[in-house]
Write a protein that binds this ligand. Sequence first.
Ligand code: KG4
Ligand code: ZN
Length: 332
Amino acid sequence: TSSATILAIESSCDETSAAVCRNGEIVSNIIATQAVHQQYGGVVPELASRAHMQNILPVVQQALQAAQCELQTVDAIAYTQAPGLIGALLVGSGFAKSLALALDKPLIAVHHMQAHVLANLIGERRPAFPFLCLTVSGGHTQIVRCDSPLQMTVIGETLDDAAGEAFDKSAKLIGLPYPGGPLIDKYAQQGKPIYKFAEPQIQGLDFSFSGLKTSILYFLQKAQKENPEFVQQELANICASVQHSIIQILIKKLMKAAKETGIKEICVAGGVSANSGLRKALQATGERFHWNTYMPAFEYCTDNAGMIAIAAYYKYLDGQFSSLDASPSARA
Ligand code: KG4
Ligand code: ZN
């Protein structure tokens, strides 16, 4: 039946999250961000696992409470099975399995990247099928063709760094703390994209960001040699230029994908889709090519259990349950 209540858990990286979904509507979505990694300039897997262990019980309790949901009334327990940090995934999957076993409820294993795409099915305004989704996160950059909630094909992806990595690594070169993506976004709003970097020449619908990173590194080294204060003085313009370059790479391939498939229902997903410049560029490009564009609300862009819950809801409707001995996997 469609009157399902699903409790979902996400723990693939450095966010511990739990959500409750009722009949395809997200009624609670609690996210605990792990601050411990900031001082190391990146996510430390072992520390992520430990933080998940500390956070998971209170986060699940809060999600149930916010949804005014009794644990016994839940129809299924969902969790992120892959991809992600294996130790982090094990905490969420272990917790979900224990609950499912104790409550005698079915278990639903969800693919993290599929869930990012389906975040576009949360809320009032939803894309029609088939749609294209540009999924841009810290670990992935893909263009996905989605023919139904559970039928997806990756038609383009990055050959090296992910878009979020390009943001974070560029931010590191500029001297900004981790994760640098949101900071580049912030400073870029006060600057203009006056500096140009090398553009990747990749055929088809695939992406590459490693050349951009190298180009930024050489640019900064040269400029700082001439003026040691360059980064301080030009921070806003540098950030605007880096952001503009990454967005151009993404939008160009999205335009190509839309043209080749003839699909005009266009979505974005993943942490980088929180970027204000990308959202504006998608809006503008969509108006130019008469696309219908869709962007998840901010809380469903970066890692969250709401998207796991919505993906699980469609799996529930389709009877796609998972066995207790399915193990999580670091890779897709
Ligand atoms: O989807 P996500 O939360 O986690 C993964 O599954 O990877 O994405 C995290 C990535 C990080 O690289 C972060 O810097 C980037 O999303 N990010 C942003 C913004 N907010 C998050 N990048 C640019 N602008 C933002 N506003
Ligand atoms: Zn993610």
